[in-house]
Design a protein around this ligand. Structure first.
Ligand SMILES: Nc1ncnc2c1ncn2[C@@H]1O[C@H](COP(=O)(O)OP(=O)(O)OP(=O)(O)O)[C@@H](O)[C@H]1O
Length: 277
C-alpha cells in the first residue's frame, strides 16, 4: 500500500518544527528519511503513526486520509517501531509481541491459531524465538528490546511499516539481519536512519530533511552527493562505488567538518584535513 505525506506541517509546544513536507513510499518500497539531528525525522514519522496531529497537510495511506480511519483501521494498516522504546512492560517477550495482534481481536479474546502462528513467525524473524520468548521484556538489552518491538510491529501484519532508527543499539550483524529482513518483506516501509551507508544500501528512495523541510528526494545515488553531504550534514566525504555490492558508499573524512558557503567562495573546512598516505 502506498503512503504519501502531503504539504505536512507540525507544531510542537507552539513552534512549527516541520513544514511543507512532501514525501512518498510507493507500494512495496523502502523509503528512508535522513537528515541531521533535530531536522524533523521523528516528528514526521510520529505524525504518520498518529502520535502527533498535523497542523496542516495530510497523510494518505492507500489514498485514504489517515484522519478518516478509526484507530483500529489505522492499526491494521500502519505499525510502528517508535524511537522511545519503553522498558516498563512487566511482560514476557512473547506477550509483548502478541500485543501486535490487538487490532484483530475482540477485547479479552484468547489467541487463536492464526495469532499463535503470526507471533511465532515474527519471533523467529527477529531471532527471539526458543527460550527467549519467556524472558521478561524489562530485563532485555536495548538491542534485544528493539528486535522484540520490531516483532510486535510485524505481528500487527500492517500494510505499512514505520520505523524510527530501527538499527539503533544493534551490533553490526543484527543491523545487517534487520535490514535484510526488511528488504525480504517487500512491504511498504518508511524509516528514519542515521547510518547513511545503510540507507544507501537498503532504501529504494531517500528523502533528506533539513531544518524541518525536505531538501532532496530521489534514489540514494541521486541524493547522496558530496555536495549535499557538505551542505546538509556539514561533512566532507567522497561517494564511491561499494566494491562488493555496487551501492553508493560514503567515505567520510573523520578529521574535518565543513562550514556552509557563507561568503560564496566555496565551503570552508575546519579541522585538520589531510590527503591520503
Ligand atoms: N516536545 C517538543 N516541543 C518543542 N520542540 C520539540 C519537541 N520535541 C522535539 N522538538 C524539536 O523539534 C525539532 C525536530 O525534532 P525531531 O525529533 O523530529 O528531529 P529528528 O530529525 O528526529 O532528530 P534526531 O536525529 O536527533 O532524532 C527539533 O528542533 C526538536 O528540538
Amino acid at each position: 500500500m502506498r503512503i504519501a505525506v502531503e504539504d505536512l506541517a507540525v507544531a510542537l509546544s507552539g513552534r512549527t518544527v516541520v513544514s511543507g513536507v512532501d514525501l512518498i513510499a510507493e507500494e512495496g518500497e523502502i523509503a528512508g528519511l535522513v537528515g541531521p539531528n533535530g531536522s524533523g525525522k521523528s516528528t514526521v514519522l510520529r505524525t504518520v503513526y498518529r502520535h502527533l496531529a498535523p497542523r496542516a497537510g495530510r497523510v494518505l495511506v492507500g489514498g485514504t486520509d489517515l484522519r478518516a480511519l478509526s484507530p483500529v483501521e489505522s492499526a491494521r494498516r500502519i505499525a510502528a517501531l517508535p524511537q522511545e522504546r519503553g522498558s516498563d512492560f512487566e511482560l514476557t517477550v512473547r506477550e509483548v509481541v502478541a500485543m501486535g495482534r490487538t487490532p484483530y481481536k475482540r477485547a479479552f479474546a484468547a489467541d487463536d491459531d492464526t495469532d499463535r502462528e503470526v507471533v511465532g513467525r515474527a519471533l523467529e524473524q527477529v531471532g527471539m524465538a526458543g527460550s527467549h520468548r519467556w524472558r521478561r521484556f524489562s530485563a532485555l538489552s536495548g538491542g534485544e528490546r528493539q528486535r522484540v518491538l520490531l516483532a510486535r510491529a510485524l505481528a500487527q501484519a500492517p500494510d505499512v511499516l514505520v520505523l524510527d532508527e530501527p538499527t539503533n543499539h544493534l551490533d553490526v550483524r543484527h543491523q545487517v539481519e534487520l535490514l535484510t529482513l526488511l528488504r525480504r518483506q517487500r512491504r511498504t516501509t518508511l524509516l528514519a536512519l542515521h547510518d547513511l551507508n545503510a540507507a544507501a544500501s537498503v532504501c529504494d528512495r531517500l528523502h533528506v530533511l533539513h531544518d524541518g523541510a525536505v531538501v532532496a528526494s530521489g534514489t540514494p545515488r541521486e541524493v547522496l552527493t558530496a555536495d549535499l553531504l557538505a551542505e546538509v550534514f556539514g561533512v566532507r566525504a567522497a561517494v564511491v562505488r561499494h566494491p562488493l555490492t555496487g551501492d553508493p558508499l560514503i567515505a567520510f573524512d573523520h578529521r574535518a567538518t565543513v562550514r556552509g558557503d557563507r561568503d560564496g567562495d566555496g565551503p570552508e573546512l575546519t579541522g585538520t584535513p589531510t590527503g591520503p598516505g
